[in-house]
Design a protein around this ligand. Structure first.
Ligand SMILES: Cc1cc2nc3c(=O)[nH]c(=O)nc-3n(C[C@H](O)[C@H](O)[C@H](O)COP(=O)(O)OP(=O)(O)OC[C@H]3O[C@@H](n4cnc5c(N)ncnc54)[C@H](O)[C@@H]3O)c2cc1C
Length: 478
């Protein structure tokens, strides 16, 4: 059942226009977990896709290869039990900053081997080109449309540091002088160019701009032009990605640097998104009160300047470190905001944009582990098509090792599509991080924390994996 609801979203940090009033007419979707809402979305998707009897019987996790299933079950068993996860988290923390050589993965081969075969292989793509390519082809063999690849080495943004406090008071000139001899930018560029060389047509490169180091971070925090060396690096990276028919995601980060990131992303979109498709995507975090307005402002700019707005929609990963007042007060508010933005783009009506006025060219990438948001979007796309309307290109993505139940459900919907609806089968991606075991430790720690914080989903994932393992055991793992 659909219940209209008005959300008054407050003015926030990224945008100074009056608050956008959004009507969220799928209130049940994504609000406090309700079995009825999950059921109704799933049922509608099934009806729309008319799956075969056989396909209906198979659970989503049936798409996982045996090895992946068993590794996932091991990780999910640990993640879904606080008495196992808490010591595992403590251990990971001590590995990130080892004080004894016994817990240093570069000095203890046994520890390294155990970690590599379990957590690392579950969440990460590989330490070198051969390992990464092998992971990519396994993912594509499962039916995924492609991969989003990112280089794991990163610096941690200090949101309380002088860069973010002093803001624009740091002059452009000083950035340029610093960057002339900036090894951080050079190392980042080499790593990212190596990453681009590993992806193929239709794949996506994910860029974390603060990964370029201190001078990049300062310029982003002050929202001043990036150092010339970094601009040249970005130019080379984008050109190489375009040559390989790949696309680029600019990741969203902390608010202290986000206005600067938005500026860079819009500039790249102006340059590369000019022929009706999106090569570059900016990331929008639905947990921010300001995001519905930010999206509206960027839609206006795209329409005025005639480029395609690439929208990668996430809920937001920095809730524990951001000023709390910038973020929606509750999870259901974030869910509503996420679903509102997604539905408005799919329906090509966003506040006063669309309807009688033209809607800008857009492409939407839903980066989410939330089953309800993903299935709602798929249902809306099909509704639009059934009504003779053309929604924008829409794709879905989940992190490697996370929410396989959601990824596989979307793949199943695609597999079950009739020939007529095959052209609208959901296109699903897995997001992979690559890098040495040492480089990926912080990334592994974040995944463990995310699993701890998403208790309900982690448990659901564990139960799905356990059911599938028993199903295969009964059939002798054939
Ligand atoms: C492919 C991919 C790319 C990503 N890229 C980025 C990126 O560039 N930048 C980035 O920031 N994140 C990124 N993320 C992470 C993302 O922002 C989320 O942290 C993560 O996906 C969990 O959200 P969810 O949509 O999967 O759903 P859920 O698990 O249903 O939602 C969890 C999220 O809800 C929000 N939330 C939780 N509690 C509250 C509360 N009390 N009040 C308000 N909001 C709350 C938080 O954002 C939390 O992460 C990416 C995720 C994926 C899958």
């Amino acid at each position: 059942m659909v219940v209209p609801r008005t959300l008054r979203l407050l003015r926030g940090a990224r945008n100074t226009s009056p608050p956008l009033q959004v009507r969220c007419d799928f209130d049940k979707v994504g609000r406090a977990k309700s079995t009825a809402s999950v059921g109704s979305i799933g049922d509608e998707s099934k009806t729309l896709n008319a799956p075969s009897q056989h396909a209906q019987e198979l659970p989503p996790h049936s798409l996982l290869p045996n090895k992946m299933l068993l590794r996932s079950l091991l990780v999910a068993t640990i993640s879904s039990r606080p008495w196992l996860l808490t010591p595992a988290l403590k251990m990971l923390q001590s590995l990130v900053h080892p004080r004894l050589s016994f817990v240093d993965v570069d000095k203890n081969p046994l520890l390294r081997s155990i970690l590599k075969r379990t957590f690392y292989n579950h969440f990460c793509a590989g330490e070198n080109r051969d390992e990464v390519q092998s992971t990519i082809s396994n993912i594509k063999d499962m039916g995924f449309k492609g991969v989003i690849l990112t280089y794991a080495r990163e610096i941690v943004v200090d949101a309380t540091g002088p860069a973010s406090k002093s803001g624009a008071s740091v002059s452009d000139q000083s950035f340029k002088e610093e960057s002339a001899k900036d090894q951080g930018i050079e190392d980042w560029k080499e790593g990212v160019l190596e990453t681009v060389n590993m992806i193929g047509e239709g794949d996506i490169l994910a860029l974390k701009l603060t990964g370029a180091g201190e001078s990049a971070m300062k310029a982003l925090a002050a929202n001043t032009p990036l150092p010339d060396q970094l601009m040249d690096a970005l130019q080379q990276i984008c050109t190489r990605a375009v040559d390989r028919n790949a696309r680029i995601f600019i990741d969203a980060e902390q608010q202290s640097v986000q206005t600067g990131i938005d500026t860079v992303a819009l500039d790249l979109m102006r340059k590369y998104n000019t022929n009706g498709t999106a090569v570059v995507f900016n990331t929008y975090q639905a947990y921010l009160k300001s995001t519905p307005n930010t999206v509206k402002a960027h839609l206006d700019i795209a329409e005025k300047e005639k480029f395609t707005l690439g929208i990668k929609l996430v809920r937001g990963a920095y809730i524990n470190s951001e000023p709390r007042d910038l973020i929606n007060d509750t999870k259901p508010e974030t869910d509503n905001s996420y679903n509102f933005i997604a539905a408005s783009i799919i329906r090509q009506r966003y506040g006063t944009i669309g309807g009688n006025s033209p809607f800008p060219s857009t492409e939407l990438f839903l980066a989410t582990h939330n089953r309800e948001s993903a299935l709602m979007a798929d249902r809306l796309v099909k509704e639009q098509l059934a009504g003779g309307l053309q929604p924008p290109k829409i794709q879905y993505g989940q992190l490697l090792g996370m929410a396989d139940g959601v990824s596989c459900k979307l793949l199943q919907i695609g597999n079950e599509s009739t020939d007529k609806s095959r052209s609208v089968a959901p296109e699903v991606f897995k997001c992979l991080s690559w890098g040495s075991l040492g480089d990926c430790l912080s990334y592994l720690l974040r995944r463990a924390v995310e699993n701890r914080d998403a208790v309900g989903r982690t448990k659901e994932e564990y139960l799905g994996l356990r059911r599938e393992t028993f199903r295969r055991l009964r059939r002798g793992f054939m």
